[in-house]
Design a binder for this molecule. Structure first.
Ligand code: PCO
Length: 205
């Protein structure tokens, strides 16, 4: 792998209280070589970290509207979709999970995903109350993402949640998420290089 290899990571975040950890996920990603991060929070997610220092550019729904004045202007969800090598949604709450499993696109984040190049990887990191996690809708929606779109999932972990309940539903740790993102990007490059090298060349390599 070239030392100069750069990857663009679009980090979406949705309205789980685990959004308080968004700045830490950005910092963990920034520690990896060659990773550039942009953040796309939903309005509900941004509420949880709007006063925190985030070491990445943040793109909000408002910007999607304010940057568009006339027909030939760039459209933010399309520009970001072109920019990204991978989309990561951490945390993914029950609401956005249900929306994306059904193709709904009513904000910047879900519009990017609806316009997604399905050859590029998507990693989702669910976070929600345990009762929501074990609800049948969750596995139904996650299997749509996994089986139909080959999205990768970092499963939630068990700990004391924001409401005081203890159980599965907490977002995986920022280090775990960043490690999985890096692993997926490297793996993606390996598979693409295999596609480029012909079987004859591969025998010689
Ligand atoms: C609501 N939802 C949650 C979200 C998942 N929780 C977590 C962790 C945090 C503390 O480490 C809140 C980040 O517990 O990811 O709690 C429950 S009622």
């Amino acid at each position: 792998m070239s030392q100069d290899r750069q990857w663009n990571v679009l980090l979406g975040a949705t309205g789980s209280v685990a959004s308080i950890k968004l700045p830490m996920i950005v910092d963990e990603l920034n520690k990896k070589p060659g990773i550039n991060v942009k953040v796309v929070p939903t309005a509900a997610s941004y509420f949880f970290f709007k006063d925190a220092k985030v070491n990445a550019t943040i793109h909000t729904d408002e910007e999607e509207w304010s940057m568009w004045k006339k027909k030939t202007d760039p459209v933010l969800h399309i520009e970001l979709r072109k920019w990204a090598d991978i989309m990561v949604i951490a945390p993914l709450d029950a609401n956005t999970l249900a929306k994306i499993a059904n193709g709904i696109c009513d904000n910047l984040l879900t519009s990017i995903l609806r316009a997604w190049d399905t050859n590029r990887p998507v990693l989702v990191c669910p976070a929600m109350n345990t009762n929501m996690w074990v609800h049948p809708f969750t596995s139904k929606h996650l299997s749509v993402l996994e089986d139909t779109f080959d999205f990768k999932i970092v499963a939630p972990i068990s700990k004391t949640l924001a409401c005081g309940d203890t159980g599965v539903g907490a977002m995986a740790e920022p280090e775990t998420i960043a490690a999985r993102v890096f692993e997926l990007l490297v793996e993606e490059d390996r598979v693409r290089n295999e596609d480029i090298i012909s079987p004859d060349e591969r025998e010689l390599a």
